[in-house]
Design a protein around this ligand. Structure first.
Ligand code: F6P
Length: 380
């Protein structure tokens, strides 16, 4: 249930009060995105100016709490100038690897290092912790909080915009802007060369970026993980567009799409890491073969995560930061700040984790796209 600093439901998580909190920890966890520094800035400003607390930035996500000595930096108002609002990345560093409950050790084994981390929180004598993360990070942080009595408040961030119970997460709007600009730049060159341009965008298991960018950028085809596609259907739609006299077509594909046989594409990186990525090139080859059109592929990748946050992300990050500190002051823990119906609210972290936000195939945006004769590769 969403609340506006309403009484805290009994979740079994620890409680506190403004008087009890003097030392606030903050960390960024999971993949970075634009707007993280704007959120950190807001937290530091509110905590110091509003409540007179000290704020400790933990380095590299939860890993800073595992290191000895604990890896942290005290954040003061001098550091938190207005440049922080614009700065991409995270001054604290982050990681999307190394689950502390199954931490990969050099010999290949997995070790539960959760107690070390909780010990690190205690060593810093923290009274509460604000974690800026996505649903994966929140699941880990919440488990740690319950195990170690950590007073936790979450701020949602992710370009994928798939955190449950919030309409917006920090980073999403900036990623959409970057990808829309890319499509705007691809259209004229597609038209000049009679080409089918394929733009592969990020989105681990969620197609929000692809769907939004495809509509905003005038795509002919949008492929998202929530709707299985067939290559035959995509080729038919491109043939149709060309038969009607258009000399180019634009395809936006989310990296995590699967065809009707459940096949997707994953890429292995150095040191064994595996991510989505590469579907654009596969589509490029297949669509050239099936339609006879010349195809070119652009994979946007991490460009969507870097750079200055746009105005929307600066606003959301600032709002979330202030509200998160106010929650700590009110002793409301085990909650996540959220954006719902044009205002900031807070919801139980468990709710946000339990209900990831995927594209609704029956929702407004899919309906709008179909109304614009955009194909999802499903003959729908
Ligand atoms: O979750 C954010 C995200 O950018 C996904 O869209 C993408 O699949 C993944 O992270 C990439 O992770 P990495 O930074 O490890 O390549």
């Amino acid at each position: 249930m969403a609340g506006q600093l309403d009484p805290q439901p009994d979740t079994g998580a620890p409680r506190g009060s403004a008087q009890a909190v003097k030392r606030l920890g903050i960390l960024t966890s999971g993949g970075d995105c634009s707007g993280l520094n704007a959120a950190i800035r807001a937290v530091v400003c509110r905590a110091i100016e509003g409540y007179g607390w000290r704020v400790f930035g933990i380095k590299q996500g939860t890993q800073g709490l595992m290191r000895r000595p604990v890896d942290y930096q005290e954040l003061d108002l001098g550091l938190v100038n207005s440049n922080m609002l614009r700065l991409g990345g995270t001054i604290l560093g982050t990681t999307n690897k190394g689950d502390p409950f199954a931490f990969p050790m050099p010999d290949g084994s997995l070790l539960d290092r959760s107690e070390e981390l909780i010990e690190g929180y205690r060593e810093l004598k923290l009274d509460a912790l604000i974690g800026i993360g996505g649903d994966g990070s929140f699941a880990i942080l919440r488990r740690l909080a319950l195990q170690g009595g950590i007073n936790l408040v979450g701020i949602p961030k992710t370009i994928d915009n798939d955190v449950g119970a919030t309409e917006n997460s920090v980073g999403y709007q900036s990623a959409v802007e970057v990808a829309t600009e890319a499509l705007d730049r691809l259209q004229p060159t597609a038209a000049s060369h009679d080409r089918v341009m394929i733009l592969e965008v990020m989105g681990r298991d969620a197609g929000h970026i692809a769907l939004t960018v495809g509509i905003a950028g005038g795509a002919d085809v949008i492929l998202i993980p929530e709707i299985a596609y067939s290559i035959e259907s995509v080729a038919r739609h491109i043939d149709k567009v060309r038969r009607r006299g258009r000399n180019f077509a634009l395809v936006v594909v989310a990296e995590a799409v699967k065809d009707t046989l459940g096949q997707g594409v994953r890429r292995r990186h150095g040191m064994g890491a595996e991510t989505y990525g590469g579907i654009g090139h596969l589509l490029g080859v297949e669509l050239a073969r099936m339609t006879g059109a010349e195809t070119r592929v652009t994979v946007l990748g991490h460009v969507q995560r870097g750079g200055e946050p746009n105005a929307s992300d600066r606003l959301i990050a600032s709002t979330f930061g202030v509200h998160a500190v106010d929650l700590v002051a009110a002793g409301k823990f085990d909650r996540m700040v959220a954006w719902q119906n044009r205002r900031v609210v807070d919801v139980p972290l468990a709710e946000a984790i339990a209900m990831p936000q995927r594209v609704d195939p029956g929702g407004t945006l899919v309906h709008t796209a179909r109304g614009l004769d955009i194909s999802f590769g499903d003959d729908g």
